[in-house]
Design a protein around this ligand. Structure first.
Ligand SMILES: *Cc1c(COP(=O)(O)O)cnc(C)c1O
Length: 342
C-alpha cells in the first residue's frame, strides 16, 4: 500500500526487466558483449549511475563511458575500463582512459596517462582534424602518454541521410593509417565511433567498441523499436482540494476550472527536472491532466490519487515540452529517490 504521507521529492522507478531486454537487443546487434561500452555520463542519463553500473556489471558488461573523472570514480569498482570524455586526471588510475579533444590539450595530461584520441570526422564539435593524426601521435608520445584508442562521433546517425556513410568512410581510412602509425610507438589501439543510433545503422559492428547511451534506457528515432523505457517518474500527493467552477490553480491562475474539479499537488517541480514548459498542457499516461503552472517543488494534477505516475516514457513528456527524451532524463534531479520496481 502506498502511504499518503510518503512525501519527499517524487520517486524514480527503474525496471530491471526493461534494462535486461534492452541489453539483449544491443548484444544481439553488436554480436559481442565485450564490445559494448555503456554510457553512464550525467548520472546514467538521470537513472542513477551506481544502480545502472551494478546492474550492467551483473549482465557481463566490462566497459563504461562518462564525462568527468568524478563520475568515473563513483563507478570504478564495476568496470575494467572507463573512458572519460572531457576531463583531466587528478591521480593516476589504471582503469581510466581520457579522451583528447584538442591538440593543445595533450600537454595538460601527466606522464603515463592512458588516452584516446578523438578525431573530427565531420561533426566539427570536438577532436583533431584527420590530417593532424601523425602530429597528434608525436605529441602524445613526446608527453609520455599511452594512446589506447582512436575515436570519433557521428553527427547524424539518427537521421536517414548519406552523412553516416561518408563519416564511416573517413573513419575506416583513419583506422588503417592509425594502426600503422601506432606500431611505431608500440601502442595497441582500439577504435570506436558509434553511439546508439550509429550502432543500429549497420548490420555488423566493424569496430572494437560501441558507446551505447540512450539504447540502454529507451527507444528513440531510428533505433530498434523494441527497446523499452527503463525509467518512470511518480509523484506523491501533498494536498487535495475541490476547485469550484471559475476558481484557478497555481501561479498566475492559468488554469480555470469549468465545473467542480478535484485537484491535488504532487511533490515534484521544475527544480526536480519537471520542465516548466509542460505547464497546463501535459496529460499523464493514465489520462490525468496537469493543471496550471508547474512550481519549483510541486505541480497540480486533476486527481486525488496518493501516488501519481507522471511519465513512463520520457519521450512523451518531451513532446509536451518540445524537446527530446534525452534532455528530460538528463535533467532529472540527482536527489530524487531511485528504486528498482522489478
Ligand atoms: C553521449 C555520448 C554517446 C552516447 O550517445 P547515445 O546517442 O545516447 O547512444 C556516445 N559517444 C559520445 C562521445 C557521447 O558524448
Amino acid at each position: 500500500m502506498t502511504l499518503a504521507y510518503n512525501i519527499g521529492m517524487g520517486t524514480i522507478k527503474l525496471s530491471r526487466k526493461a534494462l535486461h531486454s534492452n541489453l539483449d537487443i544491443i548484444a544481439q546487434q553488436v554480436g559481442a558483449i565485450d564490445k559494448i561500452a555503456v554510457v553512464l555520463k550525467d548520472n546514467a542519463y538521470g537513472h542513477g549511475a551506481k544502480m545502472i553500473a551494478h546492474e550492467v556489471q551483473q549482465y557481463g558488461i566490462k566497459q563504461a563511458v562518462v564525462r568527468l573523472e568524478s563520475e568515473a570514480l563513483e563507478i570504478a569498482e564495476f568496470f575494467e575500463n572507463i573512458l572519460i570524455l572531457a576531463d583531466f586526471p587528478t591521480a593516476p588510475n589504471p582503469v581510466f582512459s581520457y579522451a583528447i579533444n584538442a591538440l593543445e590539450s595533450i600537454e595538460k595530461f601527466p606522464n603515463g596517462t592512458r588516452v584516446e584520441l578523438k578525431i573530427d570526422t565531420g561533426m566539427h564539435r570536438n577532436g583533431i582534424a584527420p590530417d593532424d593524426l601523425a602530429k597528434a601521435f608525436e605529441k602524445i608520445a613526446a608527453q609520455g602518454l599511452e594512446c589506447v584508442g582512436v575515436m570519433s562521433h557521428f553527427k547524424s546517425a539518427d537521421t536517414l541521410s548519406s552523412e553516416w556513410f561518408w563519416q564511416r568512410e573517413i573513419f575506416d581510412a583513419l583506422k588503417e593509417k592509425a594502426t600503422k602509425l601506432a606500431g611505431k610507438y608500440g601502442w595497441k589501439i582500439r577504435f570506436h565511433i558509434s553511439n546508439s543510433a550509429g550502432t543500429f545503422r549497420s548490420s555488423q559492428c566493424t569496430d572494437n567498441m560501441v558507446r551505447m547511451g540512450i539504447a540502454l534506457y529507451m527507444d528513440t528515432t531510428l533505433l530498434q523499436p523494441a527497446l523499452k523505457p527503463v525509467l518512470s517518474l511518480t509523484g506523491n500527493k501533498i494536498a487535495t482540494r475541490t476547485l469550484k467552477a471559475g476558481q484557478r490553480v497555481g501561479y498566475n491562475g492559468i488554469y480555470e476550472a469549468q465545473c467542480d474539479e478535484v485537484v491535488s499537488t504532487y511533490d515534484l517541480g521544475y527544480a526536480n527536472g519537471l520542465d516548466r514548459l509542460a505547464s497546463n498542457r501535459y496529460v499523464t499516461p493514465d489520462g490525468i491532466a496537469l493543471r496550471g503552472r508547474i512550481s519549483m517543488d510541486s505541480a497540480a494534477f486533476s486527481t486525488d490519487t496518493d501516488e501519481l505516475l507522471i511519465f513512463d516514457n520520457a519521450n512523451e513528456y518531451a513532446k509536451a515540452v518540445g524537446t527530446i527524451g534525452y534532455e528530460i532524463l538528463a535533467c532529472l534531479d540527482k536527489n530524487l529517490k531511485r528504486e528498482w520496481c522489478d
